[in-house]
Design a protein around this ligand. Structure first.
Ligand code: ADP
Length: 347
């Protein structure tokens, strides 16, 4: 309902603007013609009067060379330019106005769609683990279970609580990133941090293959351990989520001068070029809520990007070969004041 009303209003405003443009064009042409008529009438009267007063002989050359005619013609031409100039400025301002209205409208529509997607996905993301945990508890309440089955159910319920916990943490973190996010800086050994997270991931996703590759010595850098951990976990979780049955994931870390580079690559479904800049927007998920099969909120990459930016770094999305995606993070090394650079090889 609201949407069709918006479209009607937009069409109405386009109609009014188009009418104004046509009306203005018509008035401009009319003014142009009237200006020329006035000039010609003045010119002819002036000529007749000059001939009558015998100031000039009745030839064209004699009249066209008089200062009075030249002055009249100059004034007429400058009025012509003025009309043309005013008309162009008016049309240009209207065109810019239409463009701004259109851009604002599209932004509103996109924001509303993302908000709707977010609400739908968050409701689903909150309800489904709660329902699973409830089912497990009800099963325990109703009957005695064999030990192996009970353990499996407990494991599933714990996984669901972890999902809930991550969701709530992501929501809190993104709210913090929106307002006042303070980096809690301490020395970080990035290869160690990634290796620790890899261990957790290997235990959590036994079907996936994780390869860690450290290509050069890496200096310790000042950074926010919790934030950087969240960056790596989000990228690895996505790599698993968007890779199908047997994810093949690699992390590669190297230092180039005063920049640490970390590539997290998968062999999954890949990201189309036109989506590459959009996926970092808050709540943005590729596709629509009705057709998408994976679970998520569209917050992960927003958080990743904000935390990387808070470390004065940048993140880029590249195509992996033969398929899949590489998320490349580059952050500058920040050394502790008064300390010599320490590489993890020396440590
Ligand atoms: P979520 O995973 O909760 O949807 P994210 O912000 O983490 O939200 O990601 C945004 C979108 O980017 C995802 O919906 C997905 O379509 C796409 N995406 C993220 N990581 C990958 C990846 N490794 N491979 C393919 N697509 C990805």
């Amino acid at each position: 309902m609201d949407r069709s009303r918006n479209t009607q209003l937009r069409l109405l405003s386009y109609g009014v603007i188009a009418y104004m443009m046509l009306a203005f064009a018509w008035w401009s042409v009319l003014l142009f013609i009237k200006n020329r008529d006035a000039y010609e009438a003045k010119r002819d009267t002036m000529r007749l009067m000059m001939i009558a007063r015998e100031e000039i002989p009745p030839t064209d050359e004699a009249f066209y060379s008089t200062p009075a005619f030249r002055e009249l013609k100059k004034r007429y031409e400058s009025q012509e330019y003025m009309i043309l100039g005013e008309a162009s400025v008016f049309v240009l301002s209207l065109a810019i106005g239409v463009w701004l209205i259109n851009r604002g409208y599209h932004r509103e529509v996109t924001a509303a769609r993302q908000q709707r997607n977010f609400l739908l996905s968050i409701t689903h993301e909150l309800k489904s683990p709660i329902a699973s945990i409830r089912l497990v508890l009800e099963t325990f309440q109703r009957r005695e279970l064999p030990k192996d089955k009970a353990e499996r159910l407990i494991h599933n319920a714990l996984m669901e609580t972890e999902r809930l916990n991550k969701l709530v943490n992501d929501l809190l973190l993104s709210a913090k990133l929106d307002s006042a996010y303070q980096l809690h800086e301490e020395p970080v050994n990035l290869p160690q941090l990634v290796e620790d997270i890899f261990e957790q991931m290997e235990a959590k996703y036994p079907q996936a293959s994780f390869t860690f590759n450290k290509q050069t010595a890496i200096e310790d850098t000042l950074g926010d351990v919790a934030g950087l951990t969240s960056v790596v976990i989000n990228l690895l979780e996505n790599a698993v989520k968007y890779s199908g049955e047997e994810p093949d994931i690699e992390a590669c870390i190297s230092q180039h001068g005063a920049t640490i580079r970390m590539d997290i690559s998968d062999q999954g479904i890949g990201v189309e070029d036109k989506e590459k800049s959009k996926i970092f927007e808050k709540f943005y998920r590729i596709g629509s809520e009705d057709t998408r099969k994976t679970k998520g909120t569209g917050l992960g990459l927003y958080i990743v990007n904000e935390i990387v930016r808070a470390h004065k770094g940048k993140i880029t999305v590249l195509d992996n070969q033969p398929r899949g995606t590489i998320f490349r993070i580059e952050i500058p090394v920040v050394r502790e004041k008064g300390k010599q650079p320490v590489t993890d090889n020396q440590a």
